[in-house]
Design a protein around this ligand. Structure first.
Ligand SMILES: Nc1ncnc2c1ncn2[C@@H]1O[C@H](COP(=O)(O)OP(=O)(O)O)[C@@H](O)[C@H]1O
Ligand SMILES: [Mg+2]
Length: 330
């Protein structure tokens, strides 16, 4: 085994206890198609981190290396409560690595596998947090490209009003972004096709709206337990993303109002121009649809409900309880 691959291909237990670039590896916490993630100890700062070691073949790919450097810097520059902070990104022994905040909890993939579809209120809370992270990234000119449940980490929230705190991770770290179709040169697909936007498949330029599409697929899954398109093989699935209408979500969740279907139809539009302009716009529309509010509306506040007496034209101070009451929008 050559020296430059030993870090990655070794059995997980072989790396436990070893030091990699200033981090002592404690335990494997997850494995994707192109990386292994460990809980590790940052020996300089004496703190626990998540250390991601990327597959050695990625370090040998110049396009990926450039993107890795660029996107790691860009992601590290975003200081957002729902984006996993990146502490360091570098290379050691031919392996690209990223040290980031260790998020105790579960990723959304495991959560859905364990618990099935989430109650609408929970799904909306999770969605709003992911949406704010994606929109912040888009404001920084960053497109995620791989929005999927495995890249959404769910940890314990701060209080009963915020029962979970959700983080988005892995910006641009997808092999899919290396090739337009998501297939490697040998024709083998890497990763899941469940959340891939039509323009990613056809090789058109992608922007923030490709994340709106992927995100809508994820939210669909949190509400129904499955992504909008399910097909027997990859080619059929690629075709469905490009040409088939998504089945109405209320077919699986008849308890939700029918307006929800229109919201998903728009978020999953084949053409990016026809989608919501931002992820939060989608979540707001979804929230309004699930609660049966008028499109674009928000929960009426005490201020809205304060109907003045038309006969009384004296100027009035706002009622004392009005001050801390804000709109109920997302
Ligand atoms: N910062 C982190 N803190 C805790 N666990 C993490 C962190 N980053 C990733 N993980 C875990 O490691 C798993 C594997 O990550 P990854 O290699 O990116 O694969 P994928 O995203 O395909 O699931 C994730 O699904 C998640 O459970
Ligand atoms: Mg990931």
């Amino acid at each position: 085994m050559s020296r430059d691959t030993s870090l990655f291909t070794g059995r997980p237990s072989e790396l436990v206890g070893r030091q990699v670039a200033g981090y002592r590896i404690e335990q494997e916490i997850g494995r994707g198609g192109m990386a292994v993630v460990y809980r590790a100890r940052d020996l300089r700062l004496e703190r626990t981190v998540a250390l991601k070691l990327l597959a050695p073949e990625l370090a040998r790919n110049d396009t990926f290396r450039r993107r890795f450097t660029h996107e790691s810097r860009a992601a590290a520059a975003i200081d957002h409560p729902h984006i996993v902070p990146v502490f360091e990104a570098g290379e050691t022994d031919g392996i690209l690595y990223i040290a980031m905040r260790y998020v105790a909890g579960s990723d959304l993939r495991h959560l859905l596998d364990r618990e099935g579809p989430l109650p609408p209120a929970t799904a909306l809370r999770v969605a709003a947090q992911v949406a704010s992270a994606l929109d912040a990234a888009h404001d920084h000119g960053l497109v995620h490209r791989d929005v999927k449940p495995g890249n959404i980490l769910v940890s314990r929230g701060t209080d009963s009003d915020h029962p979970e705190h959700v983080y988005l991770t892995d910006f641009g770290l997808t092999k899919k972004s290396l090739s337009l179709t998501g297939f490697t040169t040998v024709g083998q697909f890497v990763g899941t096709l469940d959340y891939v936007a039509p323009e990613q498949i056809s090789g058109r330029p992608v922007d923030a709206r490709c994340d709106v599409y992927g995100f809508a697929c994820v939210v669909h899954e949190t509400l129904t337990g499955h992504p909008p398109f399910r097909r027997d093989d990859d080619m059929a699935l690629l075709w469905a993303h490009q040409y088939d209408d998504p089945p109405p979500l209320t077919r699986t969740r008849p308890d939700l109002p029918e307006q929800v279907d229109a919201v998903f139809a728009k978020a999953l539009a084949k053409s990016p121009e026809d989608r919501y302009p931002s992820c939060l716009a989608f979540v707001t529309a979804l929230r309004n649809a699930t609660t049966g509010r008028a499109a674009g509306g928000y929960a009426p506040t005490h201020v809205d409900l304060h109907v003045p007496d038309p006969a009384d034209d004296r100027p009035k101070p706002p009622p004392r309880w009005a001050a801390p009451v804000f709109g109920g929008g997302v």
